[in-house]
Design a protein around this ligand. Structure first.
Ligand SMILES: *[C@@H]1O[C@H](CO)[C@@H](O)[C@H](O)[C@H]1NC(C)=O
Ligand SMILES: *[C@@H]1O[C@H](CO)[C@@H](O)[C@H](O)[C@H]1NC(C)=O
Ligand SMILES: *[C@@H]1O[C@H](CO)[C@@H](O)[C@H](O)[C@H]1NC(C)=O
Ligand SMILES: *[C@@H]1O[C@H](CO)[C@@H](O)[C@H](O)[C@H]1NC(C)=O
Ligand SMILES: *[C@@H]1O[C@H](CO)[C@@H](O)[C@H](O)[C@H]1NC(C)=O
Length: 481
């Protein structure tokens, strides 16, 4: 295990243990430092002595109080940690008078509001600051950069707004930065690019951040977890260099363009989500990538019909299931439809033939049943000189419709299609390739058109197909089984 992974593991251990009462810091062995107690009582008073802090009783050891932990040697208050309690009001300024504090942690404190007080800059030993699931608001304070020992800053799911302060880059020890679930806007400040080489975790998800985030990716970086999901980032992913250290990457719900870099197959990812972007192209094959690619499940949503300018739809090699929806015929600009290597079942909708611009229809390697629609004869000879139709590796039955003739490339192999090969198809001079193998076809393959060029393999493994299938057979009729 490298040091970063180790630090991450340690962090998780730390986070789990910090939410439990820690036996090593139990009260009996530690006496409360009087100045610490004074400050804590001042804090309680500023908060109007809330019900949740009744254990903060001046007559008892303050190291025993809810959320308080002391150092075993010095008896100083080093941790304030509140989880799931009610603290109505704002963080009192008096908190800055606990100079030994290394952890200030508010989790799930819904009624904690207002800004982070400036006095926090006095906490020069602070290593961890967390306001997770609170209503603390305002801009993320510029002055946080004065906390030179800060290693972990988590302001997630609170009510912060405005930009990410450039000064955060001046935190020399910061390795974990989590600002997700706020109302942050603007670009990621340039200064953060330079410093992110040492970040292990960067979570900016669920904000309204925009602009180019590609500079965050550095090959020699240390970044292990990157979450930029649910923002408005807009950049070309093809050009980024993914850090080898990356294990978790969520870029979903942005406006990211380009394609997924091939290097992604070399990463030891345990989480990848790039959905809901403007990415194009092939999903790189190899490594851990297919684990995630295959987990695209469910059926095609009706909302896709809103994409009235969609020209190419390609959903391949996923767990897409259910029937091919009729409503795809509403995508009038579609000229290429690829739904290959999925789990699609049921019949092929005849209405697809009403797509006037469609030139390429690839439905191979699914579980489609029923017959090839007669309407498939009405596909246009397009600007590319004919139609490409690949329905191979399904469970289609019935015959080859005689109407099918405006075809350049036809693959119906590995189905249960029976009957004869229509004469119209044989006579087609512009047929470039045809594969009818592994079906239940019968009859004589007429000699004509381009059929000789196809070779025996195109007709192999049918029920009772005979004919002049190739020149090498010396024109002797051969039946292929
Ligand atoms: C913030 O306060 C509102 C009510 O004012 C509450 O509904 C919401 O849950 C609070 N947010 C958090 C994260 O606790
Ligand atoms: C959240 O912040 C907005 C300003 O962005 C403020 O108007 C609102 O009162 C804050 N909500 C709470 C519960 O503090
Ligand atoms: C990473 O590379 C850049 C330039 O390629 C360099 O400036 C920087 O110091 C390197 N960082 C580390 C941690 O090696
Ligand atoms: C990926 O992210 C999208 C949008 O955030 C979400 O709908 C989808 O469920 C995620 N995928 C997985 C496998 O969790
Ligand atoms: C993908 O799905 C498989 C089987 O459903 C599951 O075992 C695996 O954990 C999933 N992978 C991810 C990254 O969600």
């Amino acid at each position: 295990m490298d040091t970063h992974t180790l630090r991450l593991v340690l962090l998780f251990v730390f986070l789990v243990s910090s939410s439990l009462p820690s036996p090593t810091l139990s009260a009996s062995s530690v006496r409360c430092n009087p100045s610490g107690k004074r400050v804590l009582l001042k804090i309680k008073k500023s908060l109007n002595n809330p019900q949740s802090l009744t254990s903060w009783n001046p007559n008892t050891n303050c190291c025993d109080w809810l959320g308080v932990s002391c150092d075993l040697q010095t008896n100083r208050v080093i941790t304030l940690s509140f989880n799931g309690i009610s603290i109505p009001g704002q963080i009192p300024a008096a908190i800055g008078d606990l100079p030994y504090l290394d952890t200030l942690d508010f989790v799930n404190v819904a009624d904690l509001t207002g800004p982070i007080p400036y006095s926090i800059t006095k906490l020069q030993n602070l290593k961890m600051l967390r306001t997770l699931l609170t209503n603390i608001s305002g801009p993320i304070p510029e002055f946080l950069h004065q906390l030179k020992n800060l290693w972990f800053l988590d302001l997630s799911y609170s009510n912060f707004s405005g930009p990410i302060p450039a000064s955060l880059a001046n935190l020399p020890k910061l390795e974990l930065l989590k600002l997700g679930g706020n109302k942050l806007t603007g670009n990621i400040p340039d200064s953060l690019w330079a410093s992110q080489n040492r970040f292990l975790v960067l979570d900016l998800s669920q904000n309204q951040l925009s602009g180019d985030a590609s500079a965050l990716f550095k090959t020699n970086g240390t970044l292990s977890c990157l979450d930029l999901s649910w923002n408005e980032f807009d950049f070309d992913l093809s050009r980024v260099k993914l850090p080898e250290s990356l294990q978790y990457m969520d870029l979903s719900h942005n406006r990211i363009r380009g394609s997924i870099p091939k290097e992604i197959t070399g990463l030891n990812l345990y989480w990848l989500n790039v959905s809901y972007n403007r990415l194009c192209g092939e999903i790189p094959f190899g490594g851990k990538v297919q684990e995630f690619a295959h987990n695209f499940t469910g059926s095609i949503p009706y909302s896709i019909t809103k994409l009235q300018n969609l020209e190419i739809l390609r959903i391949s090699d996923t767990s897409l299931s259910g029937p091919i929806p009729e409503f795809l015929s509403q995508l009038k600009c579609l000229w290429s439809l690829y739904l290959t290597y999925n789990q699609l079942s049921g019949p092929i909708p005849a209405s697809l033939a009403s797509l006037n611009k469609l030139q390429i229809l690839m439905l191979y390697s699914n579980k489609l049943t029923g017959t090839i629609p007669d309407s498939f004869g009405s596909f246009k000879d397009g600007e590319y000189g004919g139609f490409t139709l690949d329905l191979s590796h399904n469970q289609l039955s019935g015959g080859i419709p005689t109407s099918i003739n405006k075809i350049k490339v036809l693959d119906l192999s590995h189905n249960q299609i029976h009957g004869n090969i229509p004469k119209q198809l044989i006579n087609k001079l512009d047929l470039e390739s045809m594969d009818l193998s592994y079906n239940q076809l019968c009859g004589k393959i007429l000699f004509g058109g381009n059929v000789q060029k196809m070779g025996a393999k195109s007709f192999a493994h049918n029920r009772c197909l005979c004919g002049h299938h190739s020149r090498t057979s010396a024109n002797k009729p051969v039946c292929m089984q």
